[in-house]
Ligand binder design. Structure first.
Ligand SMILES: *Cc1c(COP(=O)(O)O)cnc(C)c1O
Length: 386
């Protein structure tokens, strides 16, 4: 990364920088490891929807996991095949459902009985059948930040098992719906593979429940959530996809001809992006100094929203390390990238890299304080903005 410092020197900060070589290597590993078991991977577009990134992911033959109509449109615009598009979300609007039907997407991941009813009505109205998977709340704790755990009964996501009899009777009268699968997603930034093992065990039980009612679906979608190493990104630029997929192959009991689907976002794009910023001021504090940089929570909200830690690097200095609170310019105290960080002596004008910002970074940026939207640059195509 430090090799690129000269290349960065002329760009207006802050900006996102994406290492497309790393993305390509990561995608190759995902492809090799998932194909060993015949698994189908869908990229979760909400992690990063930049066109060059979507194009590269699409070129590997992966599907797309969408959570809005505009994401479905972005997937189609980037040539993702509609037969590989899945559509999740607790609040799909009528227009979004119609867009999905119009494009004959592979599957709607349905999260409630009322949604089932609306999809059935809309599909019937336009004279088509909707392929549907039930998003089931497996009640598995993902041991991650409570804002990004989604598989507990108290969460708004998915259908709970105690409602399933009612769902099945609703399906019997839903002539414009084909039940093709079961869907699960327990949360994000999960680094303990035990959580995924618990998910497999739970899915096996749930499949047994359906089996005893003579229901076998063709597709099991286990969602995403594989985490990345934020504290030491260089030690693990590519997550351990081999162990991840092997675990599902070892513990998930599939029926003959059942296909297993994944929806990965963060693990695919997280490490390939950095937010590059410039130091505006060094300000004396009581215990530490503040390094005030020109990027803030408007460009990367994860530290403020999830108390997440990103590795911070000074790309311009190799002087003796000192303690800094690295903060942004936004008028909010939560606009901080880290307290008491050890960084080489830092001065105005130094370039700072906030690492592992490829997922849920640029897509979550805002224009709060009427900030200018940061540009994006891609390695290999240095002057191409998005
Ligand atoms: C966000 C999301 C994903 C992707 O999660 P990652 O942690 O980025 O892998 C997958 N499936 C659903 C339903 C989601 O909402």
């Amino acid at each position: 990364m430090l090799n690129h410092i000269k290349q960065f020197a002329n760009y207006k900060t802050p900006f996102y920088w994406y290492d497309m070589g790393l993305l390509q290597e990561t995608l190759q590993v995902v492809k090799n490891e998932s194909e060993k078991y015949g698994f189908q991977v869908h990229y979760a577009i909400k992690a990063n929807a930049n066109e060059p990134i979507l194009n590269m992911i699409q070129s590997f033959g992966f599907g797309a996991d969408c959570v809005s109509g505009n994401e479905i449109q972005a997937a189609i615009d980037s040539n993702f095949s509609p037969e590989k598009i899945v559509f999740a979300g607790v609040g799909k609007s009528d227009d979004e459902i119609l867009l999905g039907l119009d494009n004959s997407i592979f599957c709607f991941n349905v999260e409630s009985i009322p949604e089932l009813q609306v999809i059935n009505e809309l599909a019937s109205k336009v004279g088509t059948k909707a392929q549907v998977a039930l998003r089931i709340n497996p009640n598995v704790n993902a041991s991650t930040h409570h804002y990004i755990t989604t598989g507990l009964e108290e969460n708004k996501f998915g259908i709970n098992m105690w409602e399933m009899e009612a769902v099945l009777s609703r399906l019997e009268t839903s002539d414009s719906i084909n039940l093709i699968g079961l869907h699960f997603h327990i949360g994000s930034q999960i680094t303990d593979l035990q959580s995924f093992k618990s998910l497999c065990v739970r899915i096996n039980e749930i499949q047994q429940w359906f089996y005893s009612r003579e229901i076998i679906v063709d597709h099991i979608n286990v969602g995403g959530g594989l985490g990345i190493n934020y504290s030491s990104p260089d030690k693990e630029l590519i997550p351990d996809f081999a162990s991840y997929f092997k675990l599902f192959n070892d513990f998930l009991e599939t029926r003959p001809k059942q296909k297993v689907h994944f929806e990965l976002g963060r693990a695919i794009v997280g490490q390939c992006g950095s937010l590059i910023s410039k130091v505006l001021y060094i300000k004396k504090g009581v215990q530490t100094n503040f390094a005030i940089i020109d990027a803030g929570m408007t460009e990367l909200i994860r530290p403020a929203l999830y108390q997440s830690v990103h590795k911070i690097q000074n790309l311009s200095s190799n002087l003796i390390e000192q303690k800094y609170d690295v903060v942004g310019p936004i008028c909010e105290s939560s606009d901080s990238f880290g307290k008491s960080l050890m960084l080489p002596e830092t001065k105005r004008g130094d370039l700072i890299a906030v690492r592992s910002a490829g997922a849920y970074g640029e897509v979550m940026s805002s224009q709060y304080n009427l900030r200018t939207k940061a540009m994006a640059y891609y390695s290999g195509t240095p002057n191409k903005s998005k």
